[in-house]
Design a protein around this ligand. Structure first.
Ligand code: ADP
Ligand code: MG
Length: 706
């Protein structure tokens, strides 16, 4: 800490990136590997052996003793199994360091502890990891030493995806194929590849570690299950704020340095709306790399926090009543030669292409709004979405005034003949690049906003992987692109056909466009009127995965099979029930062992004080205030106790419900309200019980005093 680092030199120093490969691999091998990375050509074992050897030598120089296939199972966190590079001891008792092509390409982690949603039971017990050479390997340093981490996909024996990455890579192929077809129709003969580019803005909270340790709810569930709001600003004072900034800045500096070493272009950092809340955004990258880097970044945020005596809390809603955390997923489509399909462009010709792409996305989002909503479904996000600080649980698209106007024109001009093109359409569009940038605070309420040359999906929860939403975005867009290409390739008059399509899509799907205030209660009514899906909770959203519409979509692009979709739905129900179960048990534990005893102590002290005062004053002193307080506390204590026994009974009932949807619905409909019912009297008690006696740090302590 404190010393100066040379960013240019440090950036990517722990990554086996292109320049390392170029420098270390024999030319022929490098070329073959590049073909695999760029064109998806199969990699021979011969080449893999050479790459593995060089990778190992490089990693050892960086201090690595182990290698690990690093993957993203459906648990929401990353997983890895570490193997040392050493061979079996030789006759002389020494070992060698080795790493073969086979070990690089394929791993066989014990998969039985990862969720498979029934897939493995049907197919095969083992799981395999396969090297994703499009995302570079890296050396990670921690207390366990240096580890060469190899990004991999995780599949079952018969190839069913058991992870986040496999479908993401498949969806990238789908969008690449269809987007290239579209570009060719518009006369582009040079671009070779279209890749979704993603920049994910990550929000997080920092909490003092000592205080965090005193909250079982934070420890076990990642969020507070009890907690009354402090009177605003009560515990903030300027002097203290000065030192907060010091501590946080030192933290951020180290986070950046760790990110840069791993080649993560951490760029923007700032404090967020809530006190103790911050944000970190890297520069965008191809989506599979962005997804890997986001996982690495979350790990760095946590690791560095503990070095600074803090805990990084990534839960979507750690504190009721305080802003939650999300992950803004900025998404665009970029060609290998630098064209952004979502850039409005300057020439009318390109504008037509842009308008077609835009209306395709409107159609895609409108037709699969339920899937996009589902992609952000997460237990913690249930508390965040619709909470007047995050987008509501209804999908809509924000286009901004100018684009919305263009859309209006398209819809209202009857037949969009090409004569319109010269005048209205062109003038309407030509002004776009100048006016596109929307005022950020105007559209903050939209879940899916066009922001100049990209769409920003703001629904994703802060802990979640960004893979799921990008799988959906890529595939639904590929579907409409395909329909468009099928029609345009056959059209006798291309120009006319394009205009007809733009108008048709704009008209049919205008209902998904909403530029107003997404937080307003009227919006939900309006959304209902428009027939948009309203799916408030994760449990409401999961069925979207297995509708016939979804199965047809994903199967036709080989992104998911029906079995994979069903397994994913199953896993999500399980995750939901488990999380609620843990939360309920934690609440009961805290109430029984900490809160109720504390309130009893408090009421006892109050009672004793009333008696003492009465005696001392020979019955002449008014003790009605103490008495009222005692009555109030006792009443709330009783309410808390009865809410707790109700919750306990429900917890006992959980096993009666079949694992999967039944259990999740029970948790959502019965347990969640029972948890809220317990929280209410406890939070009221916290407001009246002597702070010295309250058994855990308050919101004020946690949020304002980092
Ligand atoms: P804003 O602050 O308006 O949300 P920024 O320019 O700060 O936008 O970008 C936010 C995130 O979006 C960053 O991660 C950035 O790299 C990313 N981003 C910028 N342009 C694009 C693009 N064309 N495609 C995908 N992501 C992008
Ligand atoms: Mg943003």
């Amino acid at each position: 800490m404190g010393e100066y680092i040379n960013v240019v030199e440090t950036f990517g120093c722990d990554v086996f990136n292109d320049s390392v490969m170029q420098a270390r691999l024999p030319k022929k091998i490098y070329k073959e590997l590049k073909k695999t990375i760029e064109e998806g050509k199969e990699l021979s074992m011969e080449i893999a052996d050479v790459v593995a050897h060089e990778m190992k030598e490089w990693a050892i120089e960086k201090g690595a003793t182990h290698y690990s296939h690093w993957f993203q199972p459906l648990t929401g966190v990353t997983a890895e199994k570490h193997d040392a590079f050493i061979t079996a001891p030789m006759d002389n008792g020494k070992v060698l360091m080795s790493f073969s092509g086979k070990e690089l390409i394929k791993g066989e982690p014990d998969a039985s502890s990862f969720p498979s949603g029934g897939l493995r039971a049907t197919f095969e017990a083992r799981g395999y990891t396969a090297w994703d050479c499009t995302s570079p390997a890296f050396v990670r340093h921690d207390a366990a030493g240096g580890t060469l981490c190899i990004p991999t996909a995780f599949c079952s024996y018969t190839g069913e995806a058991l992870d986040q990455k496999t479908p993401l890579l498949r969806s990238m192929e789908a969008i690449n194929t269809q987007a290239l077809r579209l570009l060719r129709l518009f006369g582009n003969t040079t671009s070779k590849k279209v890749t979704p580019s993603v920049g994910a803005e990550q929000e997080y909270f920092l909490i003092d570690k000592e205080k965090w340790l005193q909250r079982k709810d934070l420890i076990y569930t990642g969020r507070t299950l009890f907690g009354a709001m402090p009177p605003k600003g009560q515990e903030m004072d300027d002097h203290y704020f000065g030192s907060i900034r010091q501590r946080i800045s030192a933290y951020m500096k180290e986070v950046n340095e760790e990110c840069w070493k791993l080649g993560i272009p951490a760029k923007t950092q700032h404090n967020e709306v809530a006190p103790a809340q911050h944000e970190l955004a890297p520069i965008y990258a191809p989506v599979n790399i962005a997804a890997d880097q986001n996982q690495m970044m979350m790990r760095i945020l946590k690791k560095v926090a503990s070095r600074h005596g803090m805990r990084c809390v990534l839960h979507e809603k750690p504190f009721a009543g305080v802003n939650g955390s999300g992950k803004h997923n900025n998404w665009s489509l970029t060609t290998d030669d630098g064209i952004n399909l979502l850039d409005p462009g300057k020439t009318p010709h390109e504008n037509i292409q842009f308008l077609l792409v835009l209306t395709c996305i409107l159609k895609a989002v409108d037709e699969h709004a339920d899937l996009l909503r589902e992609s952000a479904a997460d237990v913690g996000n249930d508390q965040r979405l619709g909470g007047h600080e995050a987008p509501p649980a209804v999908i809509s698209v924000f286009l901004g005034e100018q684009l919305e106007d263009v859309l209006e024109q398209l819809v209202s001009t009857g037949t969009a003949t090409h004569s319109k093109k010269g005048s209205k359409l062109e003038t309407g569009v030509k002004t776009l690049p100048d006016f596109m940038k929307d005022a950020t605070d105007r559209n903050r309420t939209s879940p899916f906003a066009f922001t100049g040359n990209k769409f920003e999906f703001r629904m994703v929860g802060s802990r979640d992987s960004i893979s799921a939403c990008n799988v959906v975005l890529n595939t639904i867009t590929a579907e409409v692109f395909k329909e468009v290409c099928d029609r345009l390739e056959k059209a006798p008059d291309f120009e006319l056909a394009v205009h007809d399509l733009i108008k048709e899509y704009a008209t049919d799907h205008q209902k998904i466009v909403f530029n107003g205030n997404g937080y307003a209660p009227e919006w939900e009514k309006e959304a209902k009127r428009r027939g948009l899906p309203i799916l408030p909770s994760m449990v409401d959203a999961i069925p979207a995965l297995t509708t016939e519409k979804a199965v047809k979509l994903f199967e036709s692009f080989d992104v998911f099979s029906r079995a994979e979709l069903e397994s994913r739905a199953e896993i999500k129900y399980e995750i939901y029930s488990k999380a609620i179960n843990i939360e309920a048990k934690t609440m009961i534990d805290m109430a029984t062992k900490q809160i109720i005893p504390a309130v009893i102590r408090y009421t006892t002290v109050l009672g004793e004080s009333i008696n003492t005062v009465k005696t001392a004053g020979e019955g002449l002193i008014d003790v009605s205030v103490q008495l009222d307080l005692l009555k109030k506390a006792s009443k709330l204590l009783k309410a808390a106790n009865s809410a707790m026994s109700k919750l306990s009974k429900l917890v006992e009932k959980i096993p009666e419900y079949a694992e999967g949807r039944d259990r999740a619905v029970f948790c959502r409909e019965k347990m969640v309200p029972a948890m809220e019912a317990l929280r209410e009297p406890v939070d009221e008690l916290e407001m009246i019980v002597d702070k010295e006696m309250w058994p855990m740090p308050s919101y004020g302590d946690l949020v304002f005093e980092v």
